[in-house]
Design a protein around this ligand. Structure first.
Ligand SMILES: Nc1ncnc2c1ncn2[C@@H]1O[C@H](COP(=O)(O)OP(=O)(O)O)[C@@H](O)[C@H]1O
Ligand SMILES: [Mg+2]
Length: 233
């Protein structure tokens, strides 16, 4: 079986010339949860944007189940669900329920069916009581959970999370970790929360200045202070 996702020699510069990724290679097997670790500016979000089909590779390639994406990003867009770092970038409907159902109604699922499915994910994440609230008035932890529900409802093959624990209080963070652990889903979690990474992921890839500089167990990283400070963590 080919890996669910494979990145080979991926490099990317932003239009203003800022280098963001350099020769990155990695593989995600079905059912794996992988942490993507690295200091601010190391390229985590840029890599997730590629995996979600938002950016096309400039050099190197991304393959989904052995099929190279090339310039056709639709297969990646369909397979991957990206939860943005800022939930405000993702939430825009007048109510939580409509927001979570949005991806389905946009794909012509009937409103009633879309709302029923959205409600089931609100229940799974224990936020059914928020269904009628306007998303922009929620706490950060609540917004994060709503944004996650909006991705889960699409049933993506792989979930990509961009710094999901940032700005969460300890209890919201704990809930998030439990929720993610309970989802039998393939995931890539970009974070500098090493403790969360070690609770969720068997494997981590460390990005340093756009390069995949190290790969191993997040547990091993937690105890290596010299290595962490060398890589800005
Ligand atoms: N829109 C952009 N235009 C130019 N440079 C960018 C842009 N977004 C990110 N960068 C730069 O690309 C590099 C990688 O950024 P990013 O992928 O956001 O890192 P991380 O998510 O690990 O903090 C950084 O040097 C950052 O400043
Ligand atoms: Mg980022």
């Amino acid at each position: 079986m080919p890996p669910l996702l494979e990145v080979r020699g991926l490099s990317y510069d932003y239009p203003d010339g800022t280098p963001a990724l350099r020769d990155v290679s990695l593989r995600l097997m079905d059912g794996d949860k992988m942490a993507l670790i690295g200091a601010n500016g190391s390229g985590k979000s840029t890599l997730l944007m590629h995996l979600a089909g938002c950016f096309a590779a400039q050099r190197g390639e991304i393959a989904l189940r052995g099929e190279t994406a090339g310039q056709n990003l639709q297969a990646l867009k369909d397979a991957a669900g990206l939860v943005f770092q800022e939930p405000d970038d993702q939430l825009f409907m007048p109510s939580v329920l409509e927001d979570v159902a949005f991806g389905l109604t946009a794909r012509n699922v009937k409103t009633e069916e879309a709302h029923a499915r959205a409600r089931s994910y609100l229940e799974q994440l224990h936020i059914q009581h928020l269904a009628d609230r306007p998303p922009h008035r929620l706490s950060s932890g609540e917004k994060r959970a709503v944004a996650l529900a909006g991705i889960l409802v699409m049933d993506p093959e792989v979930i990509l999370l961009d710094e999901p624990s940032s700005a969460l209080d300890p209890r919201a963070r704990r809930n998030l970790i439990d929720t993610l652990n309970g989802l039998g889903k393939s995931m890539i979690i970009a974070t500098h929360d090493l403790e969360m990474a070690s609770m969720l992921c068997m494997r981590a890839v460390l990005l340093h200045k756009g390069r995949a500089a190290w790969e191993g167990s997040p547990m091993a990283l937690l105890s290596d202070n010299a290595f962490l400070s060398d890589h800005g963590l």
